[in-house]
Design a protein around this ligand. Structure first.
Ligand code: SF4
Ligand code: SF4
Length: 677
């Protein structure tokens, strides 16, 4: 650790040092080489530009856990420990590389230790070491004594070994420096400014003979270095591989907007979706190595918590086990062997797991190491639908309805303009233009309850003097249900059709009351040439109120709780505008459910689940209604037609129509500005 600590080892000491170091590096590299070969079985991906920016962002994210801060609560001690570990790992890794391997190993440590960098580094490491020890001790207590639900299967020997090593390394480091100080040989360059913790610990050696301190010093050096080399080998051979893989995973994160799924080139692709493990991209396979098994995703997943067979953590672990099991064979046989038999959907991952996902994004968002679950689930759905024509019957009926009638509501007899009767709204054609298009959406136009919301939105906009138009029968399903269910072909067909219509009508600005349509038009259409200004109605109404173009005259008494729709909140970070709208209503008391904003619970209707039966476990929408009822609110407000419909059904199923109503924010505003309606 310092030249003093190495020179007295003599030639045999140096030889052993280099022998052990070289052995550990060989074992580490051998394993990494094979893991890399398994990764190379995946498909190549393009689009990882801006490497400098990516590297900087990875470093910052690792050091401060930037994207996890929003989930932090003072009671969440696990997040604090998870923030300390990577910081400690980084600090110690740099220390050992520079000052031990290069400095001491190559005999240049005197030069290195006389730098300011070394001085400050020793002080930082001295202060950080006790924090790492405390965090690891807390990790052991939580995992093996407290045992929270999400760690119930995680009392493994593997986890205990790494936590113990995490304690041993900084402890032996501190005592090694303490013994250097006791021997009167502190690292060169420190002068009299000795690091506080090791300096204090050096008092332990008071009264000991020089020879016994010397023996302890040597033992501490070898104990520390052996633990470091063991960790290096252990990381590569255990799931603690995530310490390295998570960094790469952040670096190679998807360049697409958060709400966009990857596209398939329908012209050139020969087989669609993921049938076997080699159909995933290399980044998707890297995700599997990065998973730390923390269980945060399973705690957040509405499918898991409602008793469905889908568990995002298990899904990732099952895929990883499968990759490691079949990887050697596939490398021998050539990866194409994997493509000949669909082993994933219906095999490694059951069909019930695949179809249970609501694509709510709770798992992707909360994962501290940026594992993406949804793209893998959708890829397996793509294979089921586009290659095997296998899907639940109601989903098939919805997709057929989009193909044949341009919308998924096969039972609806309404036309796309029935909702607008008597409202005098311009229906656009090639010869008419408008400043603002109201994209009505299939649900807003054809589902009875949502038609009322659409009327409210139109009334508000008209009252505010917005030059408004709709596409009427020329509007088609945006394709979102098709894409989330896995029918990429149908989605792209819908997208191209709609983009052409929008361009033909010269549309620049679009208002949408459906977060699913909003996400699709805003984040997914640009990839197909459709770039428009897309605004959710909650944002637009907020703007109208702020500009004084809407006068709220009536009062809307009552306590309201707001439900964040997944595709509005977690996908597009629109949390504040709907709340601002509700707060602007006189007499309204806004109360929050415990699971709000990023932590909001899905309504159960996303990812094409709206068109499937929920026959396993509890109904997610009813779980959410229960949370709303706990607040004492008389209204659960939302800003999504899917959520509204799911909640209407859940309220009826629970028989609480008298005490709780589900309403869109637009209905509440329309009632306050035009009480007579
Ligand atoms: S997207 Fe939602 S439902 Fe699907 S696995 Fe993730 S948390 Fe579960
Ligand atoms: S996928 Fe992410 S959130 Fe889920 S267990 Fe693995 S590391 Fe934790």
């Amino acid at each position: 650790m310092s030249p003093a600590s190495m020179t007295y080892l003599g030639i045999p000491g140096y030889a052993i040092f280099w022998f052990l170091t070289a052995l550990a590096i060989i074992l580490f590299c051998h394993r990494i080489y094979w893991l890399f070969r398994y990764l190379s079985l995946g498909r190549k991906e393009e689009g990882f530009e801006q490497k400098g920016r990516r590297a900087l962002s990875t470093l910052v994210t690792m050091l401060v856990h930037r994207d996890q801060l929003k989930y932090f609560t003072p009671r969440d001690r696990a997040s604090i420990t998870h923030a300390i570990f990577p910081l400690g790992f980084f600090i110690f890794a740099v220390f050992y590389l520079i000052f031990v391997v290069i400095g001491a190993g190559f005999g240049v440590s005197t030069t290195l230790e006389n730098t300011d960098f070394f001085f400050y580094y020793i002080w930082i490491i001295d202060i950080v070491s006790p924090l790492i020890i405390i965090a690891a001790l807390w990790g052991i207590i939580r995992r093996y004594i407290v045992k929270p639900t999400r760690l119930k299967d995680e009392q493994t020997a593997e986890a205990l070994v790494i936590l113990l090593v995490v304690i041993i390394i900084p402890t032996t480091y501190l005592f090694k420096i303490a013994s250097d100080i006791a021997l009167g040989q502190p690292p060169a360059g420190l002068g009299t400014a000795l690091p506080p913790i090791s300096n204090a610990l050096s008092n332990i050696f008071n009264g000991s003979s020089i020879s016994s301190i010397q023996t302890a010093n040597t033992a501490l050096f070898w104990g520390n270095w052996s633990a470091v080399l063991f960790t290096l080998v252990f990381i590569a051979h255990s799931r603690f591989l995530h310490m390295i893989a998570s960094l790469l995973n952040h670096f190679f994160r998807s360049p697409l907007p958060r709400g966009a799924l990857s596209s398939i080139d329908l012209e050139t692709t020969e087989s669609f979706g993921a049938a076997g493990i080699t159909d995933f991209t290399r980044k998707q396979l890297l995700d599997l190595y990065a998973c730390v098994s923390c269980g945060k995703c399973q705690d957040a997943c509405p499918a898991t918590t409602s008793g469905k067979p889908l568990n995002p953590k298990k899904l990732i672990q099952d895929l990883k086990k499968h990759l490691l099991d079949v990887g050697p064979g596939l490398l021998k046989a050539g990866s194409s062997a994997d493509k000949s038999t669909p082993t994933l959907p219906g095999g490694i991952i059951s069909l019930d797991e695949i179809w249970a996902c609501t694509t709510c994004r709770a798992c992707d968002d909360i994962c501290p190491v940026y594992v993406e679950h949804i793209d893998k689930i959708v890829d397996m759905r793509r294979n089921l639908i586009m290659e095997q024509a296998s899907m639940p019957e109601p989903a098939e009926a919805a997709l057929r309805s989009i193909e044949e009638r341009g919308h998924p509501w096969r039972g609806s007899t309404a036309s796309r303009t029935d909702w607008a009767e008597g409202l005098d709204i311009k229906i656009l054609d090639k010869n008419s233009s408008t400043d603002t298009l109201l994209w009505v959406g299939c649900t807003g136009a054809l589902e009875e309850r949502s038609m009322h919301v659409t009327r409210s939105v139109a009334e508000i906009l008209k009252l505010a003097g917005v030059d408004l138009g709709i596409l009427g029968s020329r509007e088609n399903c945006c394709g979102e249900p098709a894409r989330r269910l896995g029918n990429e072909y149908l989605f792209q067909m819908q997208a191209e059709k709609n983009i052409e219509t929008l361009k033909n009508c010269g549309i620049k600005k679009i208002i949408i009351a459906c977060p699913h349509g909003y996400n699709t038009l805003k984040n997914e259409y640009p990839r197909f040439g459709g770039k428009f200004e897309v605004i959710h109605h909650s944002q637009f109404v907020t703007r109208l109120i702020e500009e004084g173009r809407l006068k709220i005259t009536g009062s809307t008494d009552g306590t309201i709780t707001y439900h964040d729709p997944c595709y509005l909140g977690r996908y597009n970070e629109i949390f504040q505008p709907p709340r601002q709208v509700l707060k602007s209503l006189p007499g309204v008391k806004l109360v929050e459910m415990e699971a709000n904003r990023w932590k909001s619970l899905c309504c159960g209707g996303g990812g094409g689940r709206m068109w499937q039966e929920e026959t396993i476990g509890n109904r997610i929408s009813e779980m959410r209604i229960e949370q709303a009822a706990k607040t004492g609110a008389s209204t659960i407000a939302t800003a999504c037609p899917f959520c509204l419909q799911m909640f209407e059904d859940a309220i009826k199923a629970r028989g609480c129509e008298e005490s709780l109503k589900a309403m869109d924010i637009a209905e509440l505003v329309a009632r306050a500005i035009t009480p007579e309606t």
